[in-house]
Design a protein around this ligand. Structure first.
Ligand SMILES: [Zn+2]
Length: 261
């Protein structure tokens, strides 16, 4: 039975919410849906998602009594937690769909499969299932004084300090990736690593593995990899620099309660 609700996104990272209850679920038989569906630049209604999803152009204004928000903001509000899997899943699927328009084997245009959560090649019959990129994000602390390792990255958010992160290479485990990333980016060796949590992260399509780790001495000097980092340093938890806002995975990891870290 088709879902009575649809999700609408604007550009690559905004979701349409109702003003009254901040819900992203727009009734498919509403005047808002009737007006927006024909304007969608990308659309999917099929077995990969519980609700039809539509991507609007970045200039599309919000309808009356609605507004657009970054889906990450949903994480900052406990009341929104139940809708996060549907919203993140739809956004990640649309991101994947926009980059998989043709068969990688025979170059024919792909079509949504009617029964599988996949795209189908009508020419050669191959199925293509949505893919995610696994990545680690690591909270490293010093066992001698409890300070935390933060860095400023070259390519993004240059003015904030955040945790180190990186994509898992083919052939390595997530634990091995943690050791390699920290060693490559700072020269540090880790004494222990522990998987704390996982989260799907549709910006654009990552599966994040959140780790806590302790560094092994010597803790100094840090050697920030110049291609990746502008700076890296140790910070006391009661004197942190500017970090990413609430709602980001990095913020949640940095501000872990002492009992967890
Ligand atoms: Zn094909």
């Amino acid at each position: 039975m088709p879902s009575p609700f649809a999700l609408f996104f604007r550009g690559k990272a905004e979701v349409l919410l109702r003003d009254d209850d901040a819900s992203p679920f727009i009734p498919v038989d509403s005047p808002v849906a009737a007006r927006l569906v024909p304007k969608a630049a990308l659309a999917y209604a099929g077995p990969a998602l519980p609700h039809p999803a539509y991507r609007l152009n970045p200039a599309e204004p919000a309808p009356a009594a609605h507004h657009f928000a970054h889906p990450r903001d949903l994480l900052a509000h406990p009341d929104s937690a139940p809708v996060v899997p549907d919203v993140f899943g739809a956004l990640g699927f649309l991101n994947w769909l926009s980059r998989h328009r043709y068969c990688g084997c025979c170059a024919a245009p792909l079509r949504p499969h009617p029964a599988e959560p996949a795209l189908h090649c009508p020419a050669c019959g191959r199925l293509f299932y949505p893919q995610m990129s696994p990545a680690v994000i690591v909270r490293v602390t010093r066992p001698d004084d409890g300070r935390i390792l933060l860095a400023r990255h070259c390519r993004r958010n240059q003015d904030v300090w955040t945790l180190l992160a990186g994509f898992v290479n083919l052939g390595e485990s997530a634990d091995q990736c943690v050791h390699r990333e920290i060693r490559e980016e700072t020269g540090l060796t880790l004494a222990s690593v522990r998987l704390l949590d996982t989260a799907y992260w549709p910006f654009p399509n990552s599966f994040m593995l959140a780790y806590v780790a302790t560094a092994a001495p010597p803790f100094e000097p840090l050697r920030p990899q110049p291609d990746e980092l502008l700076a890296a340093d140790w910070f006391p938890l009661d004197a942190l620099p500017a970090t990413l806002p609430p709602g980001s995975l990095a913020h949640r990891l940095i501000h872990l309660p002492p009992s967890v870290s």
